[in-house]
Design a binder for this molecule. Structure first.
Ligand code: SF4
Ligand code: SF4
Length: 507
């Protein structure tokens, strides 16, 4: 990498982001040192395009092929990611492969199989408010020759929320936009997952705020897998139901993309190579240009002369933009993705296939004189590629993860040493489940759990107008651990006695 001194303003943004600390500013101009591995980070952050990529590797430098960056690594130095090193002209991973025993101390022990599942669930248990009273049911049974206790309660949680994952490539609006339910704000558009958008609904500030009732109702309706209408402020209207396809502005989103544009190029490379002379997969994150992409060059594809409108990340991978057009970008006419065709490289008759990461739309063109394009029907090979992409797409759906903060007074219903219960949970000696479903406990203080609502019986979540949502929470541990946390031993019932009691009530 070199710096164009005419352009460089000495702002030092590149100094901050250079992973190799190879840049210094002298006399208000950036200067690049020998540590440079041509990773291009400075190119991406420079506001005035002052860095210039060197055309060829310097003598003694080796090209790393482990990722699209293709660092040029000097002898005995690391690449930009600090994983690969040039050792005597060979690129090697600096850390040897780790086996399970190498990480056992860090991962920690697995929970005992006897306590992984509750012996009763909290569904139908009720609540014993205020919580210093023992939980409604504390059951003891034997599992794998071990005495096990499960304490259950339907717990009102002010610290609760739900993350709704909507599988779609379509833009739902700007991150941070409000999510409205019955015209009230209940959450926000949070972030993106792989081929999906995530809504965050609820949380204590939302529940204790002006629209707490609507928020509590919205969370429990979603957690119970009911169909709801939501609106993103400044964005589309949504019909969402956990387990079903999302409806966005009245249109059912059918297919989830197979990967980003670059992943699509990698996944289907052999078919893509056969499908056309150039293949562009339009995507709002990474749009790919096959002949320039590592997957294409690996298979011997030759440059097509096609230049794209989007900004290059690495060769063949271009940062997309959000919109309502092809691949969730603003591109309405697929050929508008092409900025220019260099006819010194391209030739008349060359075929270009353009598609999306779902393969739902595809168009094929033939290059005619002066780089103009005429649309032609998809060839048999192009059709085969498109069908293969479509076949590998999963159906779009809505899913939901309920998030509860149960580190509060609920613990008093379980035992008299709440801190010991919290420790037992984090040490995998006490297992939290929700309606029998496994949870993930967030690290750090308290007992914050995540649960997949599709693993919990419909109707098991409720809400009360404090406002709070109510979740059926079980905690299961060995009897010895239950005694250690100061469990309410006098309230324990044998599981058999509970079964007989409820059987009698039902008959
Ligand atoms: S190419 Fe990478 S290593 Fe070289 S100066 Fe720029 S940011 Fe630093
Ligand atoms: S894997 Fe690391 S060293 Fe290799 S090219 Fe990528 S960033 Fe550079």
């Amino acid at each position: 990498m070199r710096i164009d001194p005419e352009k460089c303003t000495g702002c030092a943004l590149c100094v901050l982001d250079c992973p190799k600390k190879a840049i210094t500013v002298k006399g208000e101009k950036a200067v690049i040192g020998e540590e440079c591995v041509e990773c291009g980070a400075c190119l991406k952050v420079c506001q005035v395009d002052a860095p210039i990529l060197n055309d060829r590797p310097k003598p003694g430098y080796v090209t790393c092929e482990a990722c699209p960056i293709r660092c040029q690594i000097p002898d005995d130095k690391m690449g930009a990611c600090y994983r690969y090193r040039n050792e005597d002209g060979k690129v090697v991973r600096g850390v040897s492969l780790h086996f399970r025993e190498d990480v056992a101390d860090i991962v920690g022990p697995s929970p005992d199989s006897s306590i992984q599942k509750p012996i009763i669930t909290a569904i139908g248990a009720g609540t014993t408010y205020p919580d210093y009273r023992p939980a409604p049911f504390i059951a003891q049974g034997r599992v794998d020759e071990v005495d096990v206790v499960t304490s259950v309660s339907e717990v009102p949680l002010s610290y609760s929320s739900i993350r709704i994952k909507i599988d779609t490539d379509l833009s739902l609006g700007k991150e941070g936009s409000q999510v409205l339910f019955d015209r009230r704000e209940v959450g926000h558009l949070c972030t993106e997952g792989y081929g999906s958008k995530i809504l965050s609904i609820g949380g204590v500030n939302q529940l204790t705020g002006k629209h707490g009732m609507a928020t509590a109702r919205c969370i429990s309706e979603l957690a119970n897998r009911h169909r709801l209408n939501l609106k993103i402020e400044g964005g589309p209207g949504l019909e969402v139901q956990v387990g079903k396809a999302p409806v966005i502005n009245g249109e059912v989103a059918e297919k989830m993309r197979v990967g980003c544009g670059s992943a699509t190029a990698g996944l289907f490379a052999p078919l893509i190579k056969e499908a056309a002379d150039e293949v562009i997969v339009i995507d709002s994150h990474i749009t790919s240009l096959f002949t320039e992409h590592t997957a294409g060059t690996y298979l011997g594809a030759t440059p097509s002369g096609v230049r794209l409108r989007f900004r290059m990340s690495t060769p063949g991978r271009y940062f997309g933009k959000q919109g309502d057009g092809w691949g969730g970008t603003p591109i309405e006419d697929p050929k508008d993705i092409i900025d220019s065709i260099d006819m010194k490289i391209a030739h008349p008759g060359m075929r270009i296939l353009i598609t999306e990461t779902t393969g739902q739309r595809a168009a094929m063109y033939r290059v005619i004189k002066k780089g103009a394009l005429e649309e032609i029907p998809l060839s048999a090979k192009a059709q085969e590629l498109i069908e293969s992409i479509q076949d590998h797409c999963e159906a779009s759906r809505v899913s939901g993860v309920y998030v509860g903060g149960s580190g509060g007074s609920w613990r008093a219903g379980v035992g008299t040493y709440p801190i010991k219960l919290t420790r037992a949970v984090h040490e995998n000696r006490a297992m939290i489940t929700v309606g029998g479903a496994p949870t993930f406990i967030l690290p750090g203080g308290g007992i914050d759990f995540l649960v997949d609502v599709e693993k919990v019986k419909t109707g098991a979540f409720t809400w009360i107008p404090t406002p709070a949502t109510v979740a059926p929470i079980e905690v299961t541990m060995r009897l010895a651990d239950y005694m250690e946390i100061g469990g309410h031993l006098g309230s324990i019932k044998r599981i058999q006695a509970l079964r007989e009691y409820f059987d009698r009530r039902q008959s």
